[in-house]
Design a protein around this ligand. Sequence first.
Ligand code: SER
Length: 312
Amino acid sequence: MKKILVTGALGQIGTELTTKLRQVYGNTNVISSDIHEYDENQDGLYETIDVTNEKKIYEVANKYQVDTIIHLAALLSARAEASPQLAWNLNMNGLLNALEAAKELQVKLFVPSSIATFGLTTPLDQTPQITVQRPTTMYGINKLAGELLCDYYHLRYGLDTRGIRLPGLISYAAPPGGGTTDYAVEMYYEAVKKQTYTSFIGENTHMDMMYMPDALDAIIQMMEADGNRLKYRNAYNISAVSAAPEDFAKSIQTYIPEFTLQYEVDPVRQQIAESWPNSLDYTAAMEDWGFQPTYNLDMMTKDMLDNLRIKL
Ligand code: SER
C-alpha cells in the first residue's frame, strides 16, 4: 500500500485506522472519507463520500490516484435490524460501488467481514475457518454476501480483494456504530463514570472480542501479506478474547473493586448474540499471514480504563 482511500473513516475502526495509516504511510498518502461534510478531528486529506452514490468512490480514488481502497462504511448489526432496507442499501450497494471503483482503477480493496456471517447452525465453539454459514441477521447476510462478492471480483476480474472476519472491537477513541458487541465498550465507559453497568446482553453469552490496536495491526499486516499465500483472501477468522459480560466485569473489578454489573437483556440483541460464535478458530490467519493478537482481556481492560480516565 502506498496511497490509500478509507471510506467510513469517522467510524469506530476508521477513526483509529486513519491515524495509524498516516503514521505508517505518511500524512498525505491517506485520504479519509465519510458521509459527513467535513472532518474536524483529522488533520489530513478529507473528502465527503456517500458510498451509495454510484460514482463517488471512483471519483475520489481516481482524483488522488490511490492504489488501495479500505472500505469501512457500513451499518452494524443492531442498527441493521432496526432498518433492514437501509442496511441492505448501504452495506450491499456501497460495497458494489467500492468493488466497481477498485475494478475500474485496478487497485487493492480491503473489506471487513464479521463474526456475524455465522449462524445457529454453525459450530459455535472454536468455529472453523470453513464451516456452515447461515446468518439470521440482515448485517450477517450482508457481510456473508460481501465475502462472496469479493471472492467473485477476485476470480472473475483478478482484483486483489482482501478481508478478515472481525470480532467485537473494543476501543476508547470513537464509539461503535450500533452493534451487538457494543455492550463491552459501554461497560468500560460506565465503569469509569459510575462504577456500575446494566448489560443488554445476558450472563454467560460468549462472543469473540479484540482490542482495537490488534485489529489495526491485523488489517495492515493482512494487506501487506503475500497475496499468493491468502487461501481465504476475503474471509479470515481472527479473534483475541472469547468473553461474556461477567468476564469483562471480573476483569474491571481487579482495577475498580466496587464495580457492579446488572442485566436488563434486550431480546433483539440477545438473539443476535446467541446466533454468533462463542470463539473462533483463527489458525489459518496465523499460518497464512502471521496473525498474532497481543492483548488478552486483562491487558485490554487496563489500557481501556487508563485511557478512559484521561478522556472522561
Ligand atoms: N461488532 C459488530 C456488531 O456487533 C460485529 O461485526 O455488529
